[in-house]
Design a protein. Structure first.
Lengths: 131, 172
């Protein structure tokens, strides 16, 4: 069960607000998880970044959203990936219509040649997952 | 202090159940009052963010990880520290997040939500809202719940809280 008021607010929450919240939470959780895994403290991470702990806190939750640059700095200090950007790979359909697949791992990958099943795709109305 | 019910507020997530408190005779729980207060306010979007954070990130994806909660020692003043439970506020790392929702994290699978308010100053004492009153009231709820847990009047197992005789309707 869920509170009816919560249900109503969830129903009225725009998709972009949901995505923003999920991304931000995943990022914070990932950073904290990596800090714990390495047996570090936030102070240790800040020191490896050449910054004070207060500066790290500001980067994560200061007056502005963390920038890609600050995420890259944290990622470099941790020596771990923090974010993945989906890659798209065009594949030529048997009828010469283009189909796009999305990979969520930043690694090279090969895809099998599309066979009969792929012809069942409604290519004209295909909605890409990412622009 | 009058009696209050301890009711499930949201148990649809896989990882964590949220309980709330509701005064005897009141129409709404304390947590519903918080969400109603800001639902149509200038902080509507922040409220949506907070609710998504609760229901999806904590409730469904990660559970009540300690990193999602902010323990502010000033806010536990008055709560006896003989137990292992303390009032905390849901910690949002979003920039300048103005809302505070108070909670008692019983375990990684159970969180009890209270009321909250807008925090527009560095300390609860200087804020222009009724945050200080809300914190004190949350501490009173937490103290009663903590005592009931320590005395064995209620216990928790998995995602749920039960009375000593294994009932789910809880009045404290």
């Amino acid at each position: 069960m869920r509170s009816k008021i919560a249900q109503r607010i969830i129903h009225n929450t725009p998709k972009d607000v949901q995505i923003f919240t999920d991304l931000y939470t995943d990022l914070i959780f990932r950073i904290n998880e990596l800090i714990d895994e390495k047996g570090w403290s936030k102070k240790d991470l800040a020191e490896k970044m050449g910054k004070k702990q207060s500066e790290l806190s500001r980067m994560l939750g200061g007056k502005q959203n963390p920038t890609l640059r600050s995420i890259a700095t944290i990622s470099a200090a941790l020596g771990e990936e923090l974010m993945y950007v989906p890659k798209r790979k065009p594949i030529i359909h048997a009828k010469k219509k283009s189909v796009v697949m999305t990979s969520y791992v930043n690694k090279s990958a090969t895809y099998p040649t599309l066979g009969y099943e792929a012809k069942q795709l409604d290519v004209e109305n295909y909605q890409p997952l990412a622009s | 202090m009058n009696s209050f019910e301890l009711n499930i507020w949201d148990d649809e997530g896989e990882r964590c159940t949220f309980y709330t408190v509701q005064w005897d005779g009141e129409d709404y729980s304390e947590t519903d009052k918080f969400f109603l207060k800001f639902e149509q306010s200038e902080h509507k979007e922040e409220l949506q963010v907070l609710l998504r954070y609760l229901t999806e990130s904590i409730g469904n994806k990660y559970g009540a990880d300690k990193n999602f909660f902010n323990r502010n020692e000033n806010q536990v003043f008055g709560l006896p520290h003989h137990g292992k439970f303390r009032i905390e506020d849901i910690s949002l790392h979003f920039p300048n997040f103005p809302l505070r929702l108070y909670a008692l994290r019983v375990s990684n699978k159970i969180v009890i939500l209270f009321n909250g308010a807008k925090k527009d100053a560095e300390t609860n004492q200087t804020t222009t809202t009724n945050l200080n009153f809300i914190v004190n009231e949350a501490n009173s709820f937490a103290k009663r719940i903590e005592s009931a847990l320590l005395d064995g009047d209620i216990y928790f197992k998995g995602k749920y809280i039960y009375t000593f005789n294994h009932q789910t309707e809880i009045v404290l």
